[in-house]
Every structure is written in C-alpha cells, then in structure tokens.
Design a protein around this ligand. Structure first.
Ligand code: PLP
Length: 476
C-alpha cells in the first residue's frame, strides 16, 4: 500500500493551520466537548478513534504516516479520491479571480455552465436546475416544487429509502429509527415497499400524490430494484399524474458505471437529485434538476421569484468544484474505469462467497457494492451470532469492519441496523488497490471462520459490554 502521506502544508499568516496542527493530538477530546460526543464514544468502542491527519487519492493517513485505504469516501462524497489535484487547481484559480458571491441579484456564468452541463448529461427536457448545499436540501426542494407544481398534497417514498435527515426529507426516510423523538414529521407522507407495484398503484390511484420519490438503487443496503420495477413505477406515475423523482445523490455521477443509474433502465423522470460526488470531494453542493414547465409552475411568476432561495446555493467554489468534477470524470474516462474495476471487485467478492459461508449475498452496480452476512452453520458460531444480534442489530458486520481497519488499514462501513457492509471506494480506485482490498477481506474472513477467532472475541466483548450497560441503564 501507498505509505507516502502528502507533504506538510504551508501555513497561513493567521495561524489557523499551525493551531490545528498543534491541537491535533486532542482532536477527539475537542470533538467530544463541542461536537457529537456520542459518535466519538462509538468510534472509541469500535477502535476507529485514530486521528487522520491528511488524505490523498484513495488513502487517509494517520500521524505516524500509516495509510488507510478508504472504501467509505463519505458515502461517495470523495468519489474522485481525496484532494484531487485537478479540482484543487480549478478552486485555487477561481479564488484568485476575485469573483462575486452572496449577492442574490447576481448570476455567475459558472452556475449557468454547471446547470447546462448537468442537463446535457440527463434525459432530454431536464433543463431547469436549483442549486443547494446539501443532498437533503435538494430533496426538500423537490418535495416543495412537486407540491406546488401539481397542486397535490401527498408525497410517497419507499421503505428502507434514505433521503437525508432535515425535517422534510426525514419524513420520507424509510427506517423508523432515524425518526424517533423528532416527530411530528410532515403530514401527507407515506411509504410503499421498494419493488411493490400493487401497493404503489393503490396509493397513486387516489390522484392526490404530488410525487413518488425514490433512489433507483437503495443506498443504505445496496438494494437493487427488481427487474422491470422502475420502468413500471414510472408508468404508474404518468398514468395517475404523479411526478416521478429519482434521488441519485448517491448513485449519480459515475458511481454505478454510467453518468446516472437511470440510464440502465432508460428512465425519463420528472426530477433528478444530485449531490455528494458533485462536490469533487471539496465543496458542499447539490442540485435539483427538473423540467422547465414544472419549475415555472412552482415558482415561475414575478411574485414567487424569491420564495425558494439558498444563500450558498450557487457559490462560486461549489459551482467550480462541480464543473471540475464533471470534466475530470469525462477526461479520465472514469465511467469505463468504474465498470471495469467494479466488475473485478464484484467477481472477487463472488469468489470469496464460494469459500466463506459468512457471505450470504453480494450486491453490486459499478462501484456501489454491498455484502450481506448470513448466520453461520456450526452450533457454537450460531450461539455467538445470536448473542451479538441480541446486543445490537448492526453489530455483527463489525466482525469484518473492525479487523479490516485495525489489521489491514482498510476503511469500510456497516450499513446500520442490519448485516450489510458497504463498499464505496473512490471511482479512481486502481486494479491493484482493488486487489489489496480483496486480499485483506480474504484474510479477515479466513480468521473469522476459525474456531478460536480473535475477531469474534472482540465483537462478543462489545456485545456483552453493550448488554451490561443496557441492563445498568434500566436499573437506574
Ligand atoms: C440517496 C441520498 N439522498 C440524500 C442524502 C442526503 O444528503 P446530505 O447528507 O448531503 O444531506 C443522502 C446522504 O447519504 C443519500 O444517500
């Protein structure tokens, strides 16, 4: 693996970087005090409490210079790899040009160019764009525009879907544990099972649903749509006058081997939502793309021209990062690359599945990949499996995630309260990096399948501690 961290950065005259460097050893203490202390606790329990100090390409580096292969990339935020020099060059040039930001009466050519470029990559007619800073804001915009354009109140989404955690998108999210304690959420939101056309039609038939909002491939557990589902769902939406909204915030911009996943099924949605990778790994930027006619119906009068705005939405650095990202994907032929290296990964994982019973299923589209773990067959292993699940849904995959990180320097993620591990490497991942990952996973799986597995002991300890803590909390 690459063991050459980036050079030490040059310092600024206000001392910001020098201070950050001096305080680096206390990063987590600082985070615990002023940011999200429970997340810091979780990182500690799982052994992910290293402080990474720099990043480049497919790797993060800790203070000792150890390289960690990043198969998480902020769920696809750093799709071009970390600190891509091509995006940086554009950002530096834009900063040096003293352009204008934060003036609502001003449009920069950068925003128009990025909107034009996105619309050229999407099915014909999707040519009206609203820029936002986060994926959730793009989803929220589509929820508002769909209601305003259709004059209908209801919004429909899918079980297990994910669309962000601000109050609007959270009302669409398919897993209840994200919502506990935050209600009441938006009225008029309902869900159907991903893949269930009968239920979908039953909901749409009342003709009061403004939009059906879904991910073409569900990101949380990498759930692929059943054959024919997306096309049929789109047809049902057309039949009952419901707008068909594809959330491609995770699947878009090369992740599945095409510009957008919708190309795989030749879909013609009314809205496409883009985010994450559009950042180039640097800037917050997301977009809601729709048809001009819908845009106009929603906010297209002089009186309504200011009702849907966002201070940072069209800022120059975000627009420049988006443009640089699209040009790099095109110039470096990353779509072909993703298809090629993604297939190597999928084949490698399928081969591991033939040797290790722990892998129940491999699900992949390009470089959006998940493996689902299954219950072991031997009696003792099954008891451990049950104990770990009793302690916490979502703990079992740590059996793989923790040693991949600790022993092999590979960062992956468990997908939540289930037995899925997700792999979202940079789209620039090389064949040899894919090979290193498969070798590491092979070694971890081999260890986990032994009767005296140290990995199993570690996760069993976490399970017992969790149960003890829970019992103590109940007694209080
Ligand atoms: C499909 C999808 N939609 C929306 C979002 C929300 O994006 P953000 O975190 O930028 O608000 C995410 C984030 O993971 C996502 O995966």
């Amino acid at each position: 693996m690459d063991s050459h961290p980036p050079p030490t950065p040059s310092l600024d005259s206000l001392g910001v970087l020098a201070d950050a460097s001096a305080r680096a050893p206390h990063t987590l203490e600082l985070a615990s005090r002023h940011l999200d202390s429970s997340l810091v606790d979780v990182l500690g329990i799982l052994g992910f409490d290293e402080s990474y100090v720099s990043a480049r390409g497919s790797y993060l580096y800790d203070a000792a210079g150890r390289a960690y292969l990043d198969f998480h990339t902020g769920e696809g935020f750093a799709s071009l790899g970390h600190n891509h020099p091509g995006v940086r060059e554009v950002l530096q040039a834009v900063l040096a040009a003293d352009l204008i930001d934060g003036v609502q009466i001003h449009y920069s050519p950068l925003a128009g160019m990025l909107a034009e470029a996105l619309s050229q990559l999407l099915p014909e007619g999707l040519d009206a764009v609203f820029f936002a800073s986060t994926g959730a804001e793009a989803v929220d915009s589509a929820m508002k525009f769909a209601r305003a354009a259709s004059g209908r109140p209801r919004l429909l989404s899918c079980d297990s879907g994910f669309h962000g955690v601000t109050l609007g998108p959270l009302s669409l999210v398919g897993d209840e544990f994200f919502k506990e304690g935050f209600g009441p959420l938006l009225p008029g939101c309902a869900r159907v099972r991903f893949g269930d056309l009968e239920r979908l039609e039953a909901e749409l038939a009342a003709k009061d649903v403004a939009a059906f909002i879904l991910e073409p491939i569900q990101g949380r557990m990498v759930t692929l749509p059943p054959p024919g589902y997306l096309h049929a769902a789109q047809e049902l939406c057309r039949r009952y006058g419901t707008l068909f909204v594809l959330d491609e915030i995770q699947t878009g911009l090369g992740r599945t081997g095409s510009w957008f996943a919708l190309e795989q099924w030749d879909l013609q949605p009314d809205f496409v939502l883009v985010g994450k990778a559009l950042s180039g790994g640097y800037m917050p930027v997301a977009a809601m793309v729709t048809r001009r006619e819908i845009f106009q119906k929603a906010v297209g009068t002089l009186e309504r021209s200011y009702v849907h705005q966002s201070t940072y939405g069209r800022n120059r650095l975000s627009m420049a990062a988006g443009l640089a990202t699209l040009r790099i994907i095109e110039r470096d032929r990353l779509l072909e690359h993703v298809a090629h290296v993604g297939a190597i990964m999928r084949d490698g994982l399928t081969e591991l599945q033939t040797r290790y019973e722990m892998i129940k299923e491999v699900r992949a589209s390009g470089m959006m990949i998940g493996i689902e773990l299954g219950a072991p067959s031997t009696r003792v292993a099954r008891i451990n499996w049950r104990l770990i699940h009793m302690a916490s849904e979502g703990l079992f995959p740590q059996l793989i995630v923790i040693p991949l990180h600790r022993d092999h320097g590979v960062i992956t993620m468990a997908a939540g309260k289930n037995d899925v591990i997700k792999f979202l490497p940079p789209l620039t991942l090389s064949e040899s990096e894919a090979g290193s990952f498969l070798e590491a996973l092979d070694a971890v799986l081999a260890e986990c399948h032994t009767s005296s597995s140290r990995n199993l002991a570690v996760v069993r300890d976490i399970a017992t501690t969790t149960m003890r803590r829970r019992a103590r909390a109940k007694l209080k």
